[in-house]
Design a protein around this ligand. Structure first.
Ligand SMILES: [Zn+2]
Length: 490
């Protein structure tokens, strides 16, 4: 492509406070019970006044600290004036030039789906500000109805720099942001409930503009994107649409477009407003908010951030994909951390044992916890996980022995792994003479595959190793079986 994507994203995240931003109405998702949590203020009745919910500010500050942003000493509320049927006041209380969070950045990795490789990336944050959400319009049966439950619900809008140049980067960024706000406990970020929504500002930069580090002379804002997948599709659509216009010698119009998810297209809504059009002015019913430095937690006061946890595991050598499992499934991550603590305290710590233990949790235990509907923490104590990893790493148990030991330990959680392996005869057999006898049996019982191997179809070896494993009741060392088989079939 001769153009480069230039994209900045505005992410609206609904905070999970008990009450709304400026009134004491309950902040909850009740689509089946419209207009349940409303009052004079959130329905825009004349004379009603906003009363700030300080918890929303605390949550915004937490986010700012986690992003390495500046939290100003003073932050101001502004009225953003516009008309829409879901906005009874005709204005939204937002923040214009004094947002509660300024600057910052977020680190994450992008997975290359073709190669399975991960590369480090980063998005710069311009600002994040608090604002009151609008109501929700419901179109049904040829009518449009208004549900005010969402009106004045607390939103934090996170605005990025136009520093996104790949669709995969945009998707990985919002994934990471979702992980972060959930980890911080400031939002449930459930996209099905509209708790995380995106507007993307998209334009294409030609080679000349790239060389001069110049932004394109237009930008198209695509609104109403409700999922990460839709965001990827909306960006793809816009890139193709704009590329075609540029190739025809036209500059795309500066405008706002709406994303129609069911039709997979963006449609023109209106020419893009400038800030002027909203006639922002300081909200007369709210004071300037002074944020005392004592109210700002340090980064150490916060929970461990997903990016920090991820780097900790990667440094041990746990593969990226497995690491992601632990970062996204925090309970499994806690089990791994207990395992790491025990391994650290022991005198024979090795990264390899922790990597094997991580694999046992990510592959075996998570699957069992889903199948049996049990919590992952309850399945096996961390010292047994470590012992199994040690037995496996030192080749004392095979993969099938490991699986059997896990099954025994899950039904008998008070027993010790070493005891189970010894008493249930799960020790892997490594003795060449004993293994040789199993190999002889396998060769004798499978003449056809043996002939195939001898005639050059070497991949049959896998099947024959499987037969040896069967003969040995899963106790033989499969690697050694392979070696002995090759010798005997020469
Ligand atoms: Zn209210």
């Amino acid at each position: 492509m001769k153009y480069r994507l230039v994209c900045g994203i505005e992410v609206h995240v609904q905070l999970n406070t008990k009450t709304k931003l400026f009134c004491s109405c309950v902040n909850e998702y009740t689509p089946d019970d419209p207009n349940k949590n409303i009052c004079e203020f959130c329905t825009g009745q004349p004379g009603s006044l906003p009363l700030l919910n300080a918890e929303c500010v605390r949550k915004a500050i937490k986010l700012g600290v986690s992003l390495g942003s500046t939290i100003p000493e003073k932050t101001r509320w502004d009225r953003k004036n516009y008309f829409y049927p879901d906005l009874p006041t005709g204005y939204q209380i937002s923040q214009f030039d004094n947002p509660v969070v300024e600057g910052g950045n977020i680190d994450f990795y992008i997975e290359n789906k073709d190669t399975g490789e991960f590369s480090k990336s980063n998005v710069e944050i311009t600002r994040a500000h608090l604002e009151a959400d609008a109501a929700k319009l419901i179109h049904a049966g040829g009518k449009t109805m208004v549900d005010f439950n969402r009106c004045a619900a607390p939103l934090i809008e996170i605005v990025t720099e136009p520093c996104i140049h790949e669709i995969s980067q945009a998707m990985a960024f919002v994934n990471e942001l979702q992980l972060l706000v959930r980890r911080l406990g400031i939002s449930d970020a459930d996209m099905d409930k509209g708790q995380m929504r995106f507007d993307c500002n998209i334009s294409l930069q030609n080679a000349e503009q790239q060389k001069n580090d110049e932004l394109p002379p237009y930008r198209v804002e695509v609104k109403n994107i409700n999922s990460i997948r839709s965001m990827g599709r909306a960006m793809e659509f816009e890139i193709i649409r704009q590329e075609k216009m540029l190739n025809d010698g036209n500059i795309p119009k500066q405008e706002t477009r709406g994303w129609k998810d069911d039709e997979n297209v963006s449609v023109s809504q209106r020419s893009k407003e400038d800030a002027m059009d909203y006639r922002y002015f300081p909200e007369p019913d709210l004071q300037i908010l002074e944020i005392s430095r004592d109210e700002i937690p340090s980064i150490e006061d916060l929970v461990e951030l997903p990016s920090v946890q991820r780097e900790r595991y990667l440094k041990i050598g746990i593969p990226h994909q497995t690491t992601n499992t632990f970062v996204t499934q925090s309970r499994a991550g806690k089990v791994l951390d207990s395992v790491i603590d025990i391994a650290d305290a022991g005198d024979e710590y090795s990264d390899n044992i922790v990597i094997t233990a991580a694999n046992i949790i990510a592959v075996n235990l998570i699957a069992i916890s889903i199948k049996d509907e049990k919590s992952i923490e309850s399945l096996m104590n961390p010292s047994n996980i470590i012992d199994l990893a040690k037995l496996f790493d030192s080749k004392k148990i095979s993969n099938s022995g490991l699986k059997k030991a896990i099954d025994f330990l899950i039904t008998n959680p008070d027993l010790e792994a070493r005891e189970i392996v010894a008493t249930k005869g799960l020790m892997q057999v490594n003795d060449d003479t004993v293994l040789g006898a199993f190999v002889d049996l396998a060769i004798q019982n499978n003449p056809a595959p043996v002939e195939e191997y001898k005639s050059g179809k070497v991949q049959v070896i896998g099947f024959l190793i499987g037969q040896c494993m069967k003969e040995s009741n899963g106790k033989g060392n499969p690697q050694k079986f392979g070696e002995i088989l090759k010798k005997k079939m020469m």
